[in-house]
Design a protein around this ligand. Structure first.
Ligand code: NAD
Length: 312
């Protein structure tokens, strides 16, 4: 990583997190934002967080807080921000047009080999990069919030993305301590959100159909499935849950799985009376004012920090 430059375009929640992740790997990070002053505010926030992480002995990477912070700069001028970059991580608003225009502009200021990477959560690479001249080096690197503790990055190629561009992104993400996975082709929702939405849909239906309370369905995940999913995935779970592995599991549970799956209801509306009732129920133990929500987010991040430590 010595001296190599990564440019982060957009300095909101995710841009700041990416900057911290890349700094921890020893990269020089240049932050750009089109709101004047926003990038320098981001730097002040990053400085505070990196110092707090050092005090909590949770700072990632081999460099000290001050060494990491010396690699960071903010820019209000795009061409200046992109000078020398071998990798660009875009983190602007989740709006297709904004991203298309940003990549069109970025492409004018970088060489042919610079990797152009988007943080989009749910836009398709073929749309995000549709105005780019050379999509062979374009890729989506979708992080999970907060990326400093939750290391997964979904790498999603444009139909024209070169395997070498995927490999480069994979190596970079691994080097800075993230956990990259490759999708072989683009698909709506990528992998993480498809799985997440399947879980949300069934949890919602169970509450909507009065089978279980909001509090209890969340416990089914946090005290049950979630306990193992922090360490092993669903396929390995199947493999380990029968004496002779996956085939044995299928022999025992195939019919049961298919029977239960065929009883699943339609896609919920996520609206109307059910939404009002579910909202009322969650707000009974977590009111939706800023004070309660931030306290709960802080608790989440503390717990994730502990889990990240444990996973190491
Ligand atoms: P945010 O609103 O916190 O930050 C967006 C930043 O981009 C702002 O600082 C804004 O000034 C800047 N910006 C907007 N247009 C710009 C432009 N044309 N050029 C330069 N800067 C511009 O948003 P966020 O939560 O950080 O999300 C950024 C991206 O990351 C989105 O695509 C989002 O889907 C994705 N993402 C978010 C999460 C999450 O949990 N927040 C998780 C994974 C991925």
């Amino acid at each position: 990583s010595k001296g190599k430059i990564i440019t982060v375009v957009g300095s909101g929640l995710i841009g700041r997190s990416w900057a911290m992740v890349f700094l921890s790997g020893g990269y020089r990070v240049k932050i750009y934002d089109n709101q004047p002053g926003q990038a320098s505010r981001a730097i002040a926030e990053i400085r505070k967080q990196v110092e707090e992480l050092q005090d909590a002995q949770m700072l990632r990477g081999k460099l000290s807080a001050s060494e990491q912070l010396s690699l960071l700069s903010s820019h209000d001028d795009l061409s200046q921000a992109l000078e020398g970059a071998f990798f660009v991580q875009e983190c602007v608003f989740e709006e297709l047009q904004a991203k298309q225009t940003v990549f069109q502009a970025v492409e004018n200021h970088v060489g042919e080999d610079t990797i152009l990477s988007s943080s989009t959560s749910c836009l398709m690479p073929s749309n995000v990069f549709s105005l780019v001249q050379n999509p062979k080096r374009c890729i989506i690197s979708h992080p999970v919030n907060p990326p400093y503790y939750v290391r997964l990055v979904e790498l999603v190629p444009h139909p024209e993305t070169l395997p070498t561009a995927m490999d480069m992104a994979f190596e970079l993400m691994t080097e800075v301590g993230q956990a990259p996975v490759r999708l072989r082709k683009e698909i709506d929702g990528f992998a993480l959100n498809r799985v997440q939405y399947a879980i949300i849909a069934e949890c919602w239906r169970l509450v909507e159909d009065n089978v279980i309370s909001v509090k209890d369905i969340d416990l089914v995940m946090s005290e049950g499935l979630g306990m193992r999913y922090a360490f092993i995935g669903p396929i390995e779970t199947m493999h380990l849950n029968a004496p002779n592995g996956l085939e044995d599991y299928l022999g025992r549970y195939r019919e049961g799985m298919r029977r239960v799956l065929s009883s699943f209801g339609p896609i919920p509306e996520f609206d109307g009376e059910a939404a009002a009732r579910i909202n009322k129920e969650i707000c009974e133990f977590i009111p939706s004012d800023q004070e309660h929500l931030s306290a709960r987010r802080e608790r989440r991040d503390q717990l994730l920090m502990g889990l990240a430590k444990l996973k190491k």
